[in-house]
Design a protein around this ligand. Structure first.
Ligand code: GLA
Ligand code: ZN
Length: 658
């Protein structure tokens, strides 16, 4: 059984009398699945050991009568007050030793043994209660694991777990001292018991310790998920387990979380998260997040929360323009979503998220958002039915590594260097050229990709080096760039080779010096044409490589900025700087020579493809506020049967070809 559309529903926020109306309206809209329960622990267990699932039973039954199944979330992102009062140490601690208190969410330390016991008790009871209910079809553990855990948790319980983790990894304290370079600033340890979390210090922290801390935190969250998934699978077998990921969020390694999931899910808010940062809508960025989520299981995924109105907590975002809600949902389908749940059914009357708007407004009466989402569902439903399981063709891949991301978060060199933003230099260019892109990890098989882009390979190991060599030797086109082969896996500088260490022969170059562009914009000249570049310039000497472009400024003007080197049956490109979009376009043109773009469309019109059983589906998405011309070969049949020569603002069109 599969589902196409659903909503996130919070029956506990509404009077019981409304439930039947909601369920009926959901059915009329085309909803067949809801997610519930992930924040309501105090409802289901108001006092320790007193379980009250009656209301949830009732709402599940009401939904069932309308043909709607449900996914239940374990409510462990919001432990109830009675628990916190009895064991205040469950509340997490930041790097300055301050507790985070009750009244928000995520006020939990994920390693705390008392908390774990409460979870075991509750989740077991919860799972057993619904084990036999065929309308509870799946589980979501917690909610957006890693969310709000930016500076959590440095409490004594987590420190203890960190020490155990280190002991297992290093075995002896001497080896840890060596791998952490503790000779520096008198940091030598004589026992594992002396080690703390990297709490607030007067000055910079040990980068090797910090990298291990990041790895440990990711492992802890993964183990926290596994702990609950094990209980659920044992107490209520036969139901799926998924999790709502957050795109490029890096608190835990999603590739490894994927190993515990039946399929991946994702929360997609193109309008931005207006409680914290003010990101503007960027079609390429949201496309990249969707491609990353698809890459977690290498198969189609679900959207567990899809924006259905204005986003906002204390501060609000823009209202979605007419057409945008449907366009954003279609973008998810275009990148491999087979099921979409909209967040949330109705705008809430209470709490922090009063203005994170739902399909229905506060008064519960359908308005524009409802009409637009319903129109999307009516149109896209049959197409999604047909293309369940379809995947994009394999052309280019970007190597994505949480470890490299962590290492740059610890030592970015340039204050504006961000791992994912830098990856977007390449992704953006591929996106503009309509070349399908996957994200791969180090231990994946890369051989199916014609092009592999591996930016910022800061931490280099002999294994990774061997794999990169083999990929190119076998005919692959590989792109490496600056800060490559700088460090070993312990975050210590490599001294036994020339930069880019362990791959300089593969690149056919030596990086003899570098220049951090703190107060300057760089310039790169390619075929007489000057382009901007940013953040960093590697100063490169050629061995066997050929220069493609040179620096246009500074004392190293005229020396190579971008090179390529034939190796085996393939080629390695090296980029010594962060390229401007125009330069990245030029570079991607070169690297992807021979890969045909999916289509040629005006700026702001995205194109993607999915394939299944010899059938291809082409998505054309107009992310601009103006009408855009489209012209495709006649072999592409519009799925709505209507031939058009232009796309209205914020409209999507889907085509089929046998
Ligand atoms: C996240 C969470 C939801 C809700 C929404 C809106 O994606 O998963 O619980 O908080 O954001 O803020
Ligand atoms: Zn803790």
């Amino acid at each position: 059984m599969h589902y196409l559309f659903g909503v996130d529903y919070y029956p506990e926020h509404w009077p019981k009398e409304r439930w039947a109306t909601d369920a009926k309206m959901m059915r009329e809209m085309g909803v067949t699945i809801v997610r519930m329960a992930e924040f309501s622990w105090s409802k289901w267990e108001p006092r320790e050991g007193e379980f009250h699932f009656e209301d949830l039973d009732e709402v599940i039954e009401i939904l069932e009568r309308e043909g709607i199944d449900c996914i239940l979330g374990t409510p462990t992102a919001a432990p109830p007050k009675w628990m916190i009062d009895r064991n205040p140490e469950i509340q997490p601690m930041d790097a300055e030793g301050r507790r985070y208190f009750f009244g928000g969410r995520h006020h939990d330390c994920q390693s705390n043994p008392v908390y774990r016991e409460h979870i075991r008790r509750f989740v077991t009871a919860f799972a057993r209660h619904y084990a036999q209910n065929p309308h509870v079809v799946g589980w979501q553990v917690d909610n957006e694991l890693g969310n709000s855990h930016g500076n959590l948790c440095y409490c004594p319980s987590c420190e203890k777990r960190f020490r155990q983790w280190l002991k297992q990894k290093y075995q002896t304290i001497e080896w840890l001292n060596q791998c952490w370079g503790t000779a520096f600033w008198s940091q030598g340890y004589t026992s594992f018991d002396q080690i703390t979390a990297p709490k607030m210090t007067t000055s910079g922290h040990n980068p090797s310790q910090q990298l291990d801390w990041k790895r440990f935190c990711s492992d802890l969250v993964l183990e926290f998920h596994q702990f609950q998934a094990d209980i659920l699978r044992q107490a209520a077998p036969g139901k799926f387990i998924t999790h709502n990921l957050m795109g490029f969020s890096d608190k835990l390694d999603y590739h490894r979380l994927g190993e515990q999931l039946d399929f991946a899910s994702h929360d997609q808010y193109p309008g931005g998260h207006f409680h914290a940062r003010h990101d503007v809508y960027r079609a390429d960025f949201h496309a990249a997040e969707l491609d990353l989520v698809r890459s977690v299981k290498k198969k189609p995924f679900w959207i567990m929360e899809q924006q259905s109105g204005i986003t906002g907590w204390e501060i609000l975002g823009r209202t979605p323009r007419p057409g945008q809600l449907g366009l954003w949902a279609m973008q998810c389908v275009a990148h491999g979503a087979d099921t979409i749940l909209f967040f949330r059914w109705r705008s809430c009357l209470m709490g922090t998220e009063q203005y994170w708007h739902g399909i229905l407004p506060h008064n519960g009466e359908p308005g524009r958002y409802y009409r637009e989402i319903k129109a999307f569902m009516d149109q896209a439903g049959p197409w999604m039915e047909e293309m369940q399981g379809a995947m994009p063709p394999k052309e280019a891949a970007i190597l994505f590594s949480y470890e490299q991301d962590y290492a740059f978060a610890i030592q970015p060199h340039h204050p504006d260097l961000r791992y994912t933003q830098h990856l977007m230099t390449y992704y953006g260019a591929l996106h503009r050229k309509h070349i399908p892109t996957d994200f791969v990890r180090e231990n994946d098989d890369w051989s199916g990709y014609k092009v592999l882009i591996a930016p910022l390979q800061f931490l280099m190991t002999p294994e990774l080096s061997a794999k990169l060599h083999a990929y190119v030797a076998g005919g692959g086109r590989l792109v490496l760039d600056f800060r490559c082969g700088v460090k070993d896996a312990h975050n210590l500088a490599i001294s036994t080779d020339t930069l880019p260490c362990l791959v300089h022969d593969l690149c056919g170059i030596r990086v003899t010096e570098y220049d951090c562009l703190r107060d300057a914009v760089g310039e790169v000249v390619w075929n007489g044409e000057a382009y901007e570049s940013y953040l960093w310039n590697d100063i490169i000497e050629l061995d066997t490589a050929t220069m493609l472009a040179a620096y246009g400024k500074e004392f190293y003007q005229g020396s190579p900025a971008i090179t390529y080197n034939a190796y085996g049956q393939g080629k390695t490109y090296y980029v010594g700087t962060q390229m401007s979009p125009a330069l990245a376009d030029r570079m991607i043109e070169e690297v992807t020579a021979g890969i045909a773009p999916l289509a040629d469309t005006p700026w702001g019109v995205e194109v993607t493809q999915r394939e299944k059983n010899g059938k291809r589906y082409l998505f054309v998405l107009n992310h601009t506020g103006t009408e855009q011309p489209i012209s495709l070969p006649a072999s592409w049949q519009p799925m709505d049967g209507k031939d058009v020569s232009a796309l209205p603002p914020y409209a999507a069109k889907v085509y089929r070809r046998a």
